[in-house]
Design a protein around this ligand. Structure first.
Ligand code: HPA
Length: 279
């Protein structure tokens, strides 16, 4: 067994020393959704600092811990705060939490984020179901393959599981929540993009831009998890409106959209869980 896989197993041991909770769904909270974990029926929590060798985020607004509990009756692990490539971590560290949640037992990875709207029809405050991505950050799979998790050359033709996407779309319709759909492009950040970069991304087929998610989706897919993702369009991307971008605006819009986002995430998780055997 490789040293790199053993490291994930050691992290699992630290988690297991505190809780033997087995989640079905792993949920990653992006900007603005951080409070979601406080609303679930909590059973246990593990601060990232309690896990030896675990990468810890430095971004404002991100609390670093795993929360274990139930969304309605669905056993979940919630990542309150994630690490980003732009913080200086290696990709291997950025996706370690994803792999760890797979080892905890999670079958589905539910990713959320705040993103800039590239598609001209988008408005700040929209929610967008991710139907595919363009990952412009280095692949998290570079380096010796972790055979214990998945193959050297994994297929990426349906990173965001179609059945899961349909469930989220159906859930949004039932809740009367308008849901956009599109391609998410992950750039490294931490600077926001230039208008020229956004024009390039649009030409490439991207609808929303951010600094996370793609790499986690790749690692999860590699490890055999089913992935679904929703972006909160927290701002129009550079050059789409003539306003300068600010982290404060991103946070503010994400906070404003949080109640709807929360509802959609909760009902989607319940509906996904119901269908899990057929996915
Ligand atoms: N660009 C990149 N990342 C982002 C943005 C953006 O406009 N908004 C939220 N995250």
């Amino acid at each position: 067994m490789s040293e790199r896989y053993k490291r994930i197993e050691r992290c699992l041991e630290d988690v297991r020393a505190k809780t033997d909770f087995v989640p079905e769904v792993a949920l990653v909270l992006g900007s603005g959704l951080g409070g979601y974990a406080d609303g679930i029926k909590q059973v246990a929590s593990v601060d990232y600092s309690e896990i030896k060798d675990f990468p810890i985020s430095t971004v404002m607004g991100h609390r670093g811990r795993f929360v274990f509990g139930y969304v309605e009756d669905v056993p979940v692990v919630v990542m309150q705060g994630r690490v980003h490539y732009y913080e200086g971590y290696r990709m291997e560290d950025v996706v370690l939490p994803t792999r760890l949640m797979k080892l905890m037992g999670a079958k589905v990875l539910f990713l959320t984020n705040a993103a800039g709207g590239i598609n001209f029809s988008f408005e700040a405050g929209d929610l967008m179901l991710i139907n595919d991505h363009i990952c412009m950050a280095p692949s998290p799979l570079i380096g010796e393959n972790l055979e214990e998790l998945g193959p050297r050359f994994p297929d990426m033709s349906e990173v965001y599981n179609k059945k899961l996407r349909n469930i989220v779309k159906h859930t949004a319709r039932k809740l009367d929540i308008g849901l956009r759909e599109g391609v998410y492009i992950q750039l490294t950040g931490p600077s926001y993009e230039t208008p020229a970069e956004i024009r390039m991304a649009r030409t490439m087929g991207a609808d929303a831009v951010g600094m996370s998610t793609g790499c986690e989706a790749i690692a999860a897919n590699h490890a055999g998890m089913k992935v679904v993702g929703i972006s909160c369009i927290s701002n129009l991307a550079a050059g789409v409106s003539n306003k300068p971008l600010s982290h404060a605006e991103v946070q503010e819009t994400a906070d404003r959209t949080a109640p709807l986002f929360r509802k959609l995430v909760t009902d989607s998780i319940v509906n996904i869980h119901r269908e899990l055997d057929n996915i």
